[in-house]
Design a protein around this ligand. Sequence first.
Ligand code: CP
Length: 317
Amino acid sequence: MRHLLTTKGLDSDTAITLLDVAEDMADVADREIRKLPTLRGKTVVNLFFEDSTRTRISFEAAAKRLSADVINFSAKGSSVSKGESLKDTAQTLAAIGADGVVIRHPASGAPQVLADSGWIDAGIINAGDGTHEHPTQALLDAFTIRRRLHGKASRGKDLDGVTVTIVGDILHSRVARSNVWLLAGLGADVTLVAPPTLVPADTSGWPARVEFDLDAAVDTQPDVVMMLRIQAERMHGSFFPNSREYSRRWGLDDARFARLGTDSIVMHPGPMNRGLEISSMAADSQQSTVREQVANGVSVRMAALYLLLSGDREGTK
Ligand code: CP
């Protein structure tokens, strides 16, 4: 693998390899010394043009656990705020000798531009681009589902027949897009539930069905309910009457949570709007994987960095 830009088109064998390597990395986290020498001498740059807590710190932890040198770059406080272009920024990173660039950008497609540009010969990992994709989030979600279902016997397994309901702001969600492609590619049966105003205009090519009634979806007792954040910062119009109305119809509130089977897993990528898309009872329950998702993110990102950067980059694809 030369870059990790999207889960659309990521074949299931490669996805399972990534998840299996992440299992090996999780074993490292259980050791007294949680460090491997694998990426000693390599430089990883975290290039963040948008805010992040979980993704940025887990990529930093992942790179450090693999003994890479890490440079954290945030657009705020850098020469980007003076108008420096992505090309000039990339060439600056090339001059520093970056081997891997983890990029989050508000523009959909920015990581692909960087990967195709020839401005820098580094492995590029998409850490979330606009409303397009967030592949490592989907991988850590798949890893979390697999572990909840199979525990330590997860290696080599896909998600055949697992029912996953993704709820909320699908329109603005790169997490939803990456999960639809990855989870369906691994054999899961994916349903999207949202207000009609928060569903993209054309989902006919997506490997998922679209529904609008969360109560009906809850009554099917899906294996996984994944709640999405309402992305107010990307909403330049009125997509639902008000927060109370949204929560009443599309929130995982206490009553809906109580109706879910105790075997159903409740997921959220974070950051959560408690009381809007998810209640605290649901978020803090035994069924919730919110904190596991964050911990698993380190293992999955170690796997991605390892697979991209540990070999000879010449001849990789
Ligand atoms: N889930 C996720 O991408 O969170 P951050 O925005 O905090 O990185």
